[in-house]
Design a protein around this ligand. Structure first.
Ligand code: ZN
Length: 276
């Protein structure tokens, strides 16, 4: 069984020639890729803004219509023109339509420990849904990467012990800082998504495998807090599943990383998924 805890339905452009694709088509591509690469369930994260390339959470919920292959995590829109209405977000969480909150610090020009986020964390705590946080390197050069440093997750993990946080991308390139924050705080998790964009060269793969394995050695207890995620469509699903294999986890650690921890955190009904 494999759960990908980190995918998007946005359009991303690698050349200037592409045209915006409707979200319905991106959903079809997602399901095709999942079937092709043996991914049983995917957690879809909405964006920190809404535009022609980034569908709103309402639109995504409408298209996915509680499809058992997906779980929706709502991206917080905090600094732009159309900010998240927390009242409506809480209703979606209460009604079980949304299973988590995603923060985009740096991109959205606030830091992980910004005091304005208190209400957001209180909602997460009240409904016991995880807060996923983009940490580390930003895809956009106009984002402020310092605000997304994984060490700042320690601040909120300590201040909000009743909230479970997820450090996305293992805080790349601050793997050692992430290892410390994970080791120290029981309420912090990490996903291995988005570590490679585009081509996966042998050299870089070897570098990443070493970094991730070093983290595990430092933390001990491998797999308890780490989850599989890809960051599709920014990365290809095939090479990413292969990356998980290259990390060579086995037994209980692999089960936890591949699906069990995500199933618990997002309350995914695994009995509805096929067993492999
Ligand atoms: Zn992502």
């Amino acid at each position: 069984m494999l759960i990908d805890c980190h995918v998007h339905l946005n359009n991303y452009y690698t050349s200037g020639a592409e045209v915006p694709r409707p979200t319905e088509e991106n959903v079809q591509r997602l399901f095709q890729e999942m079937a092709r690469h043996g991914v049983d369930h995917a957690v879809v994260l909405t964006s920190y803004k809404v535009d022609v390339d980034r569908p709103s959470v309402e639109h995504v919920l409408e298209i996915l219509a509680e499809d058992p292959r997906t779980t929706v995590v709502e991206g917080l829109r905090w600094r732009g023109d159309s900010r998240t209405d927390l009242f409506h977000m809480e209703e979606r969480i209460r009604d079980g339509l949304v299973s988590g909150i995603k923060l985009y610090p740096g991109y959205d020009r606030y830091a992980i420990n910004d005091p304005s986020l208190e209400t957001v964390f209180r909602i997460a705590e009240k409904h016991d849904v995880p807060v996923m946080i983009h940490c580390g390197d930003t895809f956009a050069a106009d984002a402020k990467v310092r605000m997304a440093h994984p060490l700042l997750v320690d601040d909120v993990a300590v201040d909000y012990p009743g909230v479970r946080f997820v450090i996305c991308h293992l805080g790349n390139p601050w793997f050692q800082d992430t290892a410390e924050v994970l080791y120290k705080n029981e309420n912090v998790y990490g996903d291995i998504s988005g570590l490679i964009l585009g081509d996966f060269t042998y050299e870089f793969e070897r570098y990443l495998v070493t970094r991730v394995k070093d983290m595990m050695s430092y933390m001990g207890d491998p797999g308890r807090q780490i989850m599989y995620g890809s960051d599709w469509p920014l990365v290809e699903m095939g090479p990413y599943v292969k990356f998980l294999e290259t990390l060579a986890f086995d037994g209980e650690a692999l089960e936890n990383i591949a699906w069990r921890t995500a199933a618990t955190l997002f309350r995914i009904d695994v009995s509805a998924l096929k067993t492999k």
